[in-house]
Design a protein around this ligand. Structure first.
Ligand SMILES: Cc1ncc(C[n+]2csc(CCOP(=O)(O)OP(=O)(O)O)c2C)c(N)n1
Ligand SMILES: [Mg+2]
Length: 561
């Protein structure tokens, strides 16, 4: 999960090394999450001595960490590749079990290149004796660096030219086109291209759940996050006026399309840009044309180079403005309320974020509120929005923090089209929003944060357990309770004995929270770990979570009818 976070921030490969069996199995959930969400992770597994150096007697010994055979296990040795068989083509795009030192370097390079090519995890199984063997270094000269750009497979130029011609024709004919910036733009390094296209053409643009923060939401044509029936009404109204939808970096699943409720204007034309295909779809006829084997980045790049803005004929409705967070219509609470509520958080957290910050949010109730924030310019938002494994965000945030040290400000671009300047001496903050239930899954990674001095602001939302689950089922069931912890003592217990590197605070009132958020927003270069426990009511959750629960229940009902 740490390696996953490292990669999500840097768009480089995050690497983890485990021992065979026990270690690799423990990491499997994290790898499956990376696979599901197109994250570049290399899993190196240290395994027993290479096959050639093993005698038959040794092969038939039951080895620790490996599962014995079901039958005849006292006579027949274990399957050394049992875990490889489990992950190959399931949670890995490329796998090699090194057996021949002469081909080992090529095999490792291939896995690395595949990871970039598919933006999915890969595995290298390395026998313990291989690490001390000498190899031919020629690959280091042939390919001194492996990058995303030189691994992605490109379609022949004439194919791309023809596709760009088709896309341009659609754009020139359109009166009310929209751009959607989705998750694969991030994974294939195309986010700034999408922002450039928006700037160049002033097209309406929408975010998606998985693609949140890819589009710079400070742009004046930002129209909100569209997620089918789970969108804010005014966002849907805008989206349904689009006669052309250019969906860049599309990823299709229930979380990203409001449980399969995406709608288009009756006569809309839709173009889906994916890393492996481009799909043209006509909503009025249902006709589609799919061009496989084309990575959308190539088309997008050429599109930006060739588009003639003088040929644009857009006639957007003049009464429609940029999306504003007050369209979420949050209730006004009586002024005498002093306790912190999710409603209050939803209103105040956006103001606490600065342009260029990095925000990580765990799976849980508050994740739903962030969907409708208007994020500051060049803020990078990271969340495991589809695989949704609780416990992921805390170690992932640690990985993000390490990546921010290794590749400082790599998510901030100097020639970014947004009008918002991020001063050169501004050090982006790393912020983690984490539920109490999820935090209890992987809390030990706090100690790594202390050890490696990763500056971070951690908001622990303490609502006595699994509030999101209570919203779905079993509001009072004990399986949704968790043990109460003294959160503000954790960092001390996890290694900051003298309380020099960390600050912890428990907050129960709005006034204290407002002060804390203001102080953190303007803290400058204080490289501390700040942990803020925020007390919330058990059944308090954002209204966006309720609409997801309703939409999911409706989909279930329809499928039963
Ligand atoms: C590994 C794993 N186990 C169980 C779940 C089901 N689940 C989703 S959210 C959640 C509870 C999250 O609670 P908390 O972190 O306290 O956030 P809250 O909703 O209370 O704000 C659970 C158990 C899951 N997604 N992942
Ligand atoms: Mg909770």
């Amino acid at each position: 999960m740490l390696a996953d976070g490292f990669s999500r921030y840097s768009n480089k490969i995050g690497c983890l090394i485990t021992t065979y069996g026990v270690g690799e199995l423990s990491a499997l959930n994290g790898i499956a999450g990376a696979f599901s969400e197109n994250v570049k992770v290399l899993h190196i597994v240290g395994v027993a001595r290479s096959v050639h150096s093993r005698s038959q007697d040794y092969n038939n010994q039951n080895l620790h960490h490996l599962v014995p055979r079901l039958h005849d296990s006292n006579f027949v040795g274990p399957n050394h590749k049992v875990y490889l068989e489990m992950i190959k083509d399931r949670v890995a795009c490329s796998v090699t079990y090194l057996e021949d030192i002469n081909t080992a370097c090529d095999e490792v390079d291939k896995v690395i290149m595949d990871i970039y090519r598919y933006s999915k995890p890969g595995y290298v199984f390395v026998p313990v004796d291989f690490s001390d063997m000498l190899v031919d270094p020629s690959n280091l000269f042939k390919r001194p660096e492996i990058t995303l750009e030189n691994c992605v497979s490109y379609a022949p130029s004439p194919v791309v030219d023809e596709l760009v011609r088709m896309v341009l024709q659609y754009i020139y004919e359109s009166k009310c086109p929209s751009i959607i910036g989705d998750v694969l733009c991030d994974r294939f390094g195309a986010s700034s291209m999408v922002n450039n296209l928006i700037q160049l053409t002033s097209m309406w643009n929408f975010a998606t759940v998985m693609g949140k923060s890819i589009i710079d939401e400070s742009n004046v044509m930002y129209m909100g996050l569209y997620n089918g029936n789970e969108s804010i009404e005014t966002v849907t109204e805008r989206f349904l006026q689009s006669d052309l939808v250019l969906h860049f970096g599309i990823q299709v699943h229930e979380i990203n399309n409001g449980h399969y409720t995406i709608n288009y204007k009756e006569d809309a034309k839709v173009i889906e840009f994916h890393s492996e295909y481009i799909r043209f779809f006509d909503a009025s006829t249902g006709n589609e044309k799919v061009f496989k084997g084309v990575n959308f980045v190539q088309v997008l790049e050429r599109l930006i180079q060739t588009i003639n803005v003088n040929k644009l004929n857009f006639e957007y409705p003049s009464n429609i403005e940029k999306f504003a967070t007050d369209e979420v219509n949050l209730p006004t609470e009586p002024t005498e309320i002093t306790k912190v509520t999710q409603n209050y958080l939803q209103k105040s957290v956006p103001h606490y974020l600065n342009p260029g910050d990095v925000l990580v949010c765990e799976t849980g109730s508050f994740q739903f509120a962030i969907r409708d924030f208007v994020l500051p310019s060049q803020l990078k938002y990271i969340t495991q929005g589809f695989f949704l494994s609780i416990g992921m965000a805390l170690p992932a945030a640690f990985g993000v923090g390490i990546a921010m040290q290794d590749y400082p400000r790599c998510h901030i671009s100097k020639d970014h089209p947004s009008h918002v300047e991020i001063p050169d001496d501004y050090e982006p903050r790393l912020i983690l929003i984490e539920g109490d239930g999820a935090a209890q899954m992987t809390i030990q990674e706090l100690t790594s944060m202390v050890r490696f001095q990763v500056p971070i602001e951690i908001m622990i939302l303490n609502n006595n357990g699994y509030t999101i689950e209570r919203a779905i089922r079993g509001p009072t069931r004990s399986y949704n309770d968790v043990m109460s912890w003294d959160w503000t003592k954790l960092l001390e217990a996890f290694g900051d004995f003298k309380k020099q590197r960390t600050v912890s605070a428990k907050i129960e009132t709005r006034s204290k929270l407002a002060m804390k958020l203001k102080q953190l927003k303007n803290k400058g270069k204080l490289n501390l770990i700040e942990l803020v426990e925020i007390k919330l009511d058990t059944m308090d959750f954002p209204k966006q979570l309720q609409s997801m629960v309703d939409a999911a229940a409706f989909t279930r009902k329809c499928s039963l009818e």
